[in-house]
Design a protein around this ligand. Sequence first.
Ligand code: GLU
Length: 271
Amino acid sequence: MKVPKAGVIAAVIGLSLTASACGGDDDQGTLAVGIKFDQPGVGMREPDGTFTGFDVDVATYVAKELGYSKDRIVFKEVLSNDRELLIEYNEVEIVAASYSINDKRKAKVDFAGPYFLAHQDLMVRADDPTLTKAEDLNNPAKRLCSVTGSTSAENVRKNLAPKASLLELGGYSECVVALKDGLVDAMTTDNSILAGYTARKGNEGKFRLIGLRLSNENYGIGMKKGNTELQVKINNALRKMVEDGTWEAAVKKNFGPDYKYETAPAITAGS
Ligand code: GLU
């Protein structure tokens, strides 16, 4: 197959964007929001085409504060590995996708927030007692799954278990399949995401979380660099969401009664 040059791809993405450009205060405009489509409780495209999850609720609240009613939000799928790229090429105006704020990403995009604090944890098959602590992982015989372009995979390679065999896939739902089928011993990412898979209908009793806090993941709303006005507006919307109780209600609704969540983090981005 002939592969088009990066420049050509960029031009095509750029062109398609002009047609679907996100209108600021334009009455007819839509807001393109990048979310995950396969993370129950966080960002999920349901079989009936509706969108659910904490990130969806946060994005919907923020959009409303920016002047976009629900029907004018266009949710687009982002993967962990293409979030910066899709923002840079204007495919989405904002990203709310379990997107941890860090310096490497801040070199490419800006963030509002943080609006949630999660911790990296491990998920194993419920009937497998072999993994109990992080130290058990650093062994070539241990097979782990995580997602390309995530802080979770990077943390495994650099700090947590450089010696482990790490399978990197495109999305966490693919890791769930690998774990279910016994291709890996554990999958690792944010506890918020893992809790969603354990609670998902059809998965009950199949998996469990070890309950570790292997990192701090501060979720931010990603956006193009330099739009300070948008960043301030989103920070104000996030503050309001916490103050009026919508934030806590959304946490409880999406992560369920068993999830031990952190209180809303102080908003520091851009300040
Ligand atoms: N929050 C982590 C990250 O931004 C892991 C979850 C994800 O890949 O979306 O990389």
